[in-house]
Ligand binder design. Structure first.
Ligand code: FCB
Length: 450
């Protein structure tokens, strides 16, 4: 047995998102979001589930913060629902919304937990979708206005901000594949959306810095190491292009001021409606890189489609490891690999693991104990891989388990349980899982035996 150790001051936390846990979808002046509309549309979500109630955290937030504290968390990543702040996505703020998150931040600080808010975790005000959604470049400025309102209200108490959650996922699945809100399938709209989101990231970065120059600002990027399927050069080149597209489309733009080499013919600037001067606005010296990691990707060349096509082509999840109940492959080295790749390519910048976790359906046994050994094994292995990356030179500042609570898992509704804490959705009873206890010990000791 050896001891896995983390750097002094390492942040141990968990992550959640407003639509996935809050419920209270129309309370206190909140506007409709694209996820309210999508979930209320028959046939979109498994079993017809919605986030109308979810974990009821908009009302039970004191209990949830008490749980995070009891589990030794020193950081909590949550998201702010834009339609609680600006019900129609523009104009004067709704005082109730700002007051809610103000109380929330104060309670986290009183519990000794760093608040790590995300400004956009997918619940776009429906009124902005009615104006064209992310393909409409006006949204970039709207998002910056919203960021300014929130940081002016909370920035004196919040040290670090996450601008966007998984920009590559919400543009691809929302506007190209159509499985997530707003459920559109339009290649041009998708390409324009990616550019607006890049602009939004750059403008909001400046808005937050203007309000609070000392704030640390980053984005939570969905990332997945891309491995070639075969030994040949063609697969290796395809894997690099897919890496550029899936991992760097919103990162290289910010840090290097240019779109990465995902397409053989260069980025489709015309279809993306890129204008002169845009790249200067997009360029942003992010203070940290947030990484959400769940799986690795195996890539095979498709000579007939060297430009990756409209949809993910020639890509698959790895299939050599065991699978979680969601069907996602367990492959711990993927966390080490992506952290080291980013460190190699972008220099030794601060990294926060903003999400990592697994779905297992374990519930309370006859004694009320949730014996989720598979989640403990998962966490042990991924945290071991993360410690290896730190040992090899990466500057990782914190780890956030997805998630504090079992919650609403987007198109899968309430069927996928990712929590360190079990939630009985009929009664809202919270039960700490064995993994939650294990993780609390790791946080307390800043390490574990492996
Ligand atoms: C990520 C999302 C998060 C959660 C996990 C399982 O892609 O950011 O909201 O649903 O997947």
């Amino acid at each position: 047995m050896s001891r896995v150790r983390f750097p002094a001051g390492f942040h141990w936390g968990s992550a959640t998102a407003s639509y996935q846990i809050e419920g209270a979808w129309d309370a206190d002046g909140k506007g409709e979001s694209i996820w309210d509309r999508f979930a209320h549309t028959p046939g979109r979500i498994r079993n017809g589930d919605t986030g109308d109630v979810a974990c009821d955290s908009y009302r039970r937030w004191r209990e949830d913060i008490a749980l995070a504290k009891a589990l030794g968390h020193t950081s909590y990543r949550f998201s702010i629902a834009w339609p609680r702040i600006q019900p129609a996505g523009k104009g004067a703020p709704n005082a109730n919304g700002l007051a809610h998150y103000g109380r929330f931040v104060d309670a986290l600080l009183a519990a000794g937990i760093r608040p790590l808010p995300t400004l956009y975790h997918w619940d776009l005000p429906q009124a902005l979708e009615d104006d064209g959604g992310w393909p409409n470049r006006d949204l970039a400025g709207r998002f910056a206005d919203y960021a300014e309102i929130v940081t002016k209200a909370l920035g004196d108490r919040v040290p670090s901000w996450i601008l966007l959650n998984e920009p590559s996922i919400f543009t691809t699945i929302g506007y190209l594949a159509g499985h997530h809100a707003p459920g559109r399938r339009d290649q041009d709209a998708f390409l324009r959306a990616t550019h607006t989101v890049n602009l939004a990231q750059g403008l909001a970065f400046r808005a937050v810095k203007a309000a609070h120059p000392k704030a640390l600002v980053g984005t939570a990027f969905n990332m997945s190491p891309c491995e070639p399927e075969g030994d040949g050069e063609a697969d290796a080149a395809a894997a690099e292009r897919w890496h550029a597209f899936t991992n760097e489309w919103f990162l290289s733009t910010a840090l290097r001021g240019r779109y990465p080499d995902a397409f053989l013919d260069g980025p489709p600037l015309g279809r993306m409606a890129v204008r002169d001067g845009d790249m200067e606005q997009i360029r942003a010296e992010l203070d940290f890189i947030g990484i959400n990691l769940y799986s690795r990707t195996v890539v095979r060349a498709r000579p007939q489609d060297p430009n990756l096509g409209a949809t993910p082509v020639g890509v698959a999840e790895g299939s050599a490891g065991p699978r979680t109940d969601f069907g996602w492959e367990v492959w711990p080295a993927s966390l080490r690999d992506i952290v080291l790749r980013v460190t190699k390519d972008y220099g030794r910048r601060p990294i926060e693991i903003t999400e990592n976790g697994c779905s297992y359906a374990d519930g309370p046994d006859a004694k009320g104990v949730v014996r989720d050994e598979r989640r403990i094994d998962f966490l042990r292995a991924y945290l071991g891989a993360l410690a290896d990356a730190i040992e090899a030179g990466a500057d990782v500042r914190g780890y956030h388990a997805w998630s504090l609570l079992d919650n609403f898992e987007w198109a899968e509704g309430m069927t996928q349980r990712f929590g360190l804490v079990h939630v009985d959705f009929a009664t809202q009873a919270r039960t700490v899982k064995e993994s939650g206890r294990w993780y609390a010990r790791v946080a307390a000791e800043n390490g574990f035996d492996f």
